[in-house]
Ligand binder design. Structure first.
Ligand SMILES: [Zn+2]
Length: 439
């Protein structure tokens, strides 16, 4: 019980510290380094990798971690796991400043499929990546995180919108512009960013801000809630819960075999980017691991990918939104996701594999399929499977309020996920379960 609490405590701490994919990647890279993983650079020469543990950061928002035992990869295959680092939210526009009625406001774009109603009346802060020119004319980029609440998107009072409870619609351009501060203080946005860069990076001395990738976020800390603390609430559980648990699983697996963990950015906006699952990140890594295409193909045919992304747990107030025979509940273990139209990559081999894996790990397992009269979401699973031909299963912990500014998950489910993924990374050989060698 204490161990479980420790894992979910460190997950909550991680969620609170990582408001953007860049912060999550920086944190996880530091954590991997502390645990003996060596950094690799994409720009350095591509000599053979010795047995050991490695990680590689891809353009700030993507991360891969690698454990190599020395067993030839074409014989052992790879235990692959994947997740995404990004979450829906509000991204600051390139030239965002709007001054209106004594207010400084920042215009935003909606990033991904955010549940917009949840963004009103929250204490918001701002974090992300900025590029600038230093006083000595050097180009620099860095991360900033204001941490303190500095903005809010107030609702319109019920007296001015009597229909608000019956039919609320949100105009993304007009209704969602955060109020930053009173304009009397008259700071320019560039000055605000310059001061923050200097505050967080003592050696920086920006002469000109060039551009930014900044996101608003809720400053309310993630928490463990419920009479018996059975639930976790917080932003970005989709899908930083999975990223964090996968990294923990790889580090702490008792007898880790040849394994590769890949975390992509930009899943929430379709994955078409240099950092997305439709980009070349995984392909480049696999080529680096085995430059010879025959041997690489052998390796891929013996590998399996577990694509980990939160699933829809049953919401007791809306039970008619779910298929009646597939009702995953919080704290009852990871969910295998099925879709006949390949919105999820699971099939009877890979779904069966994961169910057997859970059995070996002593972890309960559940299933989800979308109702036929509702559209099904997707994940990095089918994209990665289509790109590489690797056998893939889509799974994830059940959660509520997906894409809200504050989501809910079960506090036991991250522990179940950790246990089954540790079993996976230690599996020898990876195809044992479907080749009939299973004990
Ligand atoms: Zn997701």
């Amino acid at each position: 019980m204490k161990k479980n609490k420790n894992i979910s405590d460190s997950l909550l701490d991680f969620l609170g510290r990582c408001p953007t994919p860049y912060h999550a990647v920086e944190y996880l890279a530091g954590f991997l380094r502390e645990n003996g993983f060596q950094p690799l650079k994409e720009s350095e020469s591509r000599g053979k990798l010795n047995p050991g543990n490695y990680f590689i950061v891809h353009q700030d928002g993507g991360l891969a971690a690698l454990s190599l035992t020395g067993t030839p990869l074409e014989e052992s295959g790879l235990r692959l796991a994947g997740a995404h680092t990004d979450s829906p939210g509000l991204k600051v526009k390139p030239f965002p400043v709007r001054r209106k009625n004594n207010c400084l406001q920042l215009g935003v774009e909606v990033y991904g499929g955010a549940l917009l109603g949840s963004w009103f009346d929250r204490d918001l802060s701002l974090a992300g990546r900025v590029s600038w020119i230093e006083k000595n004319n050097i180009f620099k980029t860095g991360l900033i995180n204001f941490q303190n609440p500095l903005a809010v998107i107030p609702s319109l009072a019920i007296h001015l919108d009597r229909d608000a409870n019956a039919k609320k619609s949100i105009n993304k351009q007009k209704d969602l512009v955060p109020m930053l501060l009173l304009s009397e203080q008259d700071d320019s946005f560039e000055e605000i960013l310059t001061l923050q860069i200097k505050k967080e990076n003592k050696t920086a001395d920006p002469r000109q801000i060039l551009a930014h990738d900044l996101f608003f976020y809720d400053v309310q800390k993630p928490a463990r809630i419920g009479l018996h603390e059975d639930f976790l609430t917080g932003a970005r559980l989709d899908n930083l819960l999975s990223c964090f648990t996968l990294v923990q699983s790889l580090i702490h697996a008792p007898d880790v075999q040849n394994s590769l963990l890949i975390l992509y950015d930009h899943e929430e906006v379709g994955s078409v980017s240099a950092n997305g699952a439709r980009g070349p990140f995984l392909r480049m890594l696999l080529k680096r691991l085995l430059p010879d295409s025959d041997r690489r193909q052998q390796m891929l045919s013996r590998s399996l990918l577990i694509s980990v992304d939160n699933a829809h747990g049953v919401h007791p107030n809306f039970i008619d939104k779910y298929d009646p025979e597939h009702l995953p509940t919080l704290n009852n273990g990871p969910v295998i996701k099925w879709n006949a139209n390949q919105r999820y990559a699971t099939d009877s081999v890979t779904g069966g594999f994961f169910r057997a894996l859970c059995g070996r790990a002593g972890v309960p397992v559940q299933d989800f399929v979308m109702r036929n009269d509702m559209a099904c979401g997707s994940t990095i699973g089918p994209l990665t499977a289509a790109e590489t031909g690797i056998k893939t299963v889509d799974i994830g912990v059940p959660s509520l309020a997906m894409h809200s500014i504050r989501e809910t998950a079960g506090s036991k489910d991250c522990v179940f996920l950790l246990q089954v993924m540790q079993e996976f990374f230690s599996l020898l050989p990876v195809d044992a379960l479907w080749k009939g060698h299973c004990q």
